[in-house]
Design a binder for this molecule. Structure first.
Ligand SMILES: [Zn+2]
Length: 108
């Protein structure tokens, strides 16, 4: 009977409305009703790194393998740090700015 969605943080259903937000009693996570109210099919693209961490704009990532840059002789070395990424959406692509230039990473 409840229309309150489960907690997006810990997936517990011990949640309650608080003003404009839903609040999870288990982990204390709060999120706006406007986004949670649509249920499971909100269509939001989630991009994760190799460790399963969800990536967001401005995150720093480290390459886990050598990457050849198409159309150039540049190879991005494994272990290279990308200071600030930008999620491009679509089919899970990531813009990254590096010393060697700007690249588009594609999730494999
Ligand atoms: Zn929670």
């Amino acid at each position: 009977m409840s229309t309150i969605p489960a907690c997006p943080q810990c997936a517990m259903e011990n949640t309650y409305p608080d003003g404009e937000n839903y609040v999870c009693a288990d982990c204390g996570y709060e999120w706006p009703m406007a986004e949670g109210a649509r249920g499971e099919d909100n269509g939001a693209a989630v991009v994760k790194d190799a460790n399963g961490n969800v990536l967001a704009d401005g995150d720093a990532v480290v390459l886990i393998k050598d990457l050849k840059v198409k159309g150039s002789s540049i190879t991005l070395k494994m272990g290279t740090k990308v200071k600030s990424i930008r999620l491009a959406g679509g089919d899970h692509e990531v813009d990254c700015k590096m010393d060697a230039g700007n690249f588009m990473l594609k999730k494999v």
